[in-house]
Design a protein around this ligand. Structure first.
Ligand code: ZN
Length: 318
């Protein structure tokens, strides 16, 4: 059986606008660590930033492609996409985050979602983000000069998928991913990977009649789910492609993980990614994110690639 192999969220990848704005927002305002700075393997004029905890533990990794100046249009958030990317922080830190986000000039909507206090706001590119207050997250956070242990984001809490019709998605998550339906509220149904908990929830929102999402700036490109090893990845690939007839990519070597991509029944682009080898494979934990990492085949073009990328100002204390 392949249906208990998905352990939770691995990462979320978004198409965003300006590189410096994106860097400042995720590292300074949200206090995430830049754990890897590389380029889009398909377009080396665009960075690929990975933000997370100290080592970029799967379940904490937000990744972005800042496409400003590359002719990519503003996207539209709609069905067939991850509509909301949710982070986790202690319940007691919600007033801190509300103030901090508002002080930065953001509009913050506060409400209770599945019993938890939740802040909703947008990043500089228009991605819809949330911080969910909860007291069940044992993960050790990355802390900064401004954001301490009591407040820091622990990683993801949940992603919200917008789908035109929910039943096929419910069926897929339950049967193929082995997720359990744990709650529902209005048009949103919550599923849990394994035993649930922060980083292991997916909220399926049925948006009947809503416009289809358009990939572009300010939209999530895909959500990746984590598996323990290559064998699990291959088992999922074989089940999805050979037995169920999904169009699944070959296994890709993403340097820091191996992965496959496919569109699930609700049209959202899913990736399944291995937990190993992780981000410390090509630089030490201490130095993660500090130098530009290129795939081997791009190394001969390093000088030219560095020249073509926007310069990023990094504050001294990082
Ligand atoms: Zn990915």
């Amino acid at each position: 059986m392949a249906n208990n192999l998905i352990k939770g969220i691995h990462h979320v990848t978004a198409t965003v606008n300006d590189a410096q704005e994106d860097y400042d927002f995720y590292t300074q305002l949200l206090g995430q660590r830049l754990v890897k700075k590389t380029v889009n393997f398909d377009n080396n004029r665009v960075y690929h930033f990975y933000y997370g905890d100290e080592v970029g533990t799967p379940g904490t990794i937000m990744t972005t492609f800042p496409y400003k100046g590359q002719g990519v249009r503003q996207g539209r958030i709609g069905t067939g996409q991850v509509a909301i990317t949710g982070f986790s922080a202690p319940t007691g830190a919600i007033p801190f985050w509300k103030r901090r986000l508002q002080d930065a000039g953001l509009a913050v909507a506060e409400r209770t979602k599945f019993g938890n206090p939740t802040l909703q706001f947008e990043d500089p590119s228009g991605l819809i983000l949330e911080i969910t207050g909860n007291d069940e997250d044992e993960r050790k956070p990355w802390v900064t000069a401004e954001i301490g242990q009591q407040e820091a984001i622990r990683g993801f809490y949940a992603v919200t998928l917008s789908v035109a019709q929910a039943p096929s998605t419910f069926d897929f998550l339950a049967k193929e991913f082995g997720f359990t339906k744990v709650a529902s509220e209005g048009r949103i149904t919550r599923f849990a990977a394994q035993d649930g908990g922060p980083g292991q929830y997916v909220d399926v929102r049925e948006d009947r009649g809503a416009e289809r999402g358009i990939n572009g700036l300010g939209t999530v490109h895909h959500v990746a789910w984590r598996v323990e090893h290559d064998e699990a990845l291959l088992a999922m690939r074989s089940r999805l492609a050979d037995e169920l007839g999904f169009k699944v990519t070959e296994v890709k070597d993403r340097n820091y993980f191996h992965s496959i991509y496919f569109r699930m029944p609700g049209e959202v682009l899913f990736e399944i990614a291995t937990i190993p080898p992780g981000f410390a494979i090509d630089e030490s934990v201490e130095n993660l994110g500090q130098s530009l990492k290129l795939p081997e085949w791009e190394e001969p073009n390093r000088a030219q690639i560095e020249n073509g990328l926007p310069k990023i100002k990094v504050p001294d204390h990082v």
